[in-house]
Design a protein around this ligand. Structure first.
Ligand SMILES: Nc1ncnc2c1ncn2[C@@H]1O[C@H](COP(=O)(O)OP(=O)(O)O)[C@@H](O)[C@H]1O
Ligand SMILES: Cc1cn([C@H]2C[C@H](O)[C@@H](COP(=O)(O)O)O2)c(=O)[nH]c1=O
Length: 221
């Protein structure tokens, strides 16, 4: 029986790596798949992992229809055994519904990979729909860590080094602040994974360091 799998974890938890490994393992056994992504850090129509792997992919735009694409491919004689879907948090809920239909009606496996929540801690609509529909939900096992050493569960966004909780939901970026983000040159956007407590307190690694280096207040009233 085909299944809709959803693999999730914070940024930098190994999702794109696992997406490419999953594709490799299935392709190595003679299965034929398609790889999809959208808004990858490395640019259009590519899945990139921080471990250095990259693979060509089909770019998913908001008006892309997975059901139509797969039915058209099959009708034209192509073989499709599975779909790899990276950055699935950015897919629309309708697109996730189409993926579920592909699984149920065409018996094609779908492996979706994406983060659950945005920089404000709100569920991405695509991820929410995946949680609702997936046959299996898997949390990545290699734990990304907060600066305090606890498991990182949340994605924080910084602008010029300061954590923000308001702004556009989609801003492509990296957890490595030395990697420039496309977009506004005046604002340096970066991401940092944090535990919930430090996300709540807006305590990023830099701010924690600054606070710990701050001189003790003088003992005057
Ligand atoms: N220099 C490195 N050496 C070993 N592992 C690394 C290195 N850089 C990144 N990684 C691993 O790569 C993972 C990130 O992989 P990636 O697939 O890009 O993550 P995601 O798609 O979840 O953002 C990290 O969890 C980390 O374990
Ligand atoms: C939290 C958050 C992230 N993004 C962007 C930043 C990255 O380009 C991707 C996540 O990619 P990864 O492979 O999981 O590292 O999503 C965003 O646009 N909005 C957010 O709130």
């Amino acid at each position: 029986m085909a299944e809709l799998h959803f693999f999730t974890g914070t940024m930098d938890s190994g999702k794109s790596t696992l997406a490419l490994q999953t594709n490799h393992n299935h392709a190595a056994r003679g299965r034929v798949g398609r790889i999809f992504t959208t808004h990858d850090r490395a640019g259009q129509s590519v899945v990139s992992s921080r471990l250095g792997l990259t693979h060509d992919a089909l770019e998913v735009t908001d008006d892309f229809d997975f059901w139509k694409y797969v039915v058209d491919s099959l009708t034209h004689g192509a073989r499709v055994d599975y779909l790899i879907c990276d950055e699935a948090q950015f897919y629309t809920p309708d697109q996730v519904d189409q993926l579920a239909k592909v699984v149920d009606e065409l018996q094609i496996d779908v492996f979706a990979f994406g983060i659950l929540t945005d920089f404000r801690t709100a569920l991405f609509p695509g991820s929410a729909r995946l949680v609702e529909l997936a046959d299996r939900m898997n949390v990545l096992q290699v734990e990304a860590l907060c600066w305090c050493g606890k498991r990182a569960t949340h994605n924080a966004r910084t602008e010029n080094g300061v954590m923000v909780t308001e702004g556009e939901v989609i801003v492509v970026g990296d957890v490595d602040p030395t990697v420039p983000t496309p977009g506004d040159d005046d604002v340096e956007v970066a991401y940092e994974v944090l535990c919930r407590q430090h996300h709540r307190r807006r305590l990023t690694a830099d701010r924690a360091k600054a606070v710990s280096l701050a001189p003790e207040p003088l003992p005057f009233g």
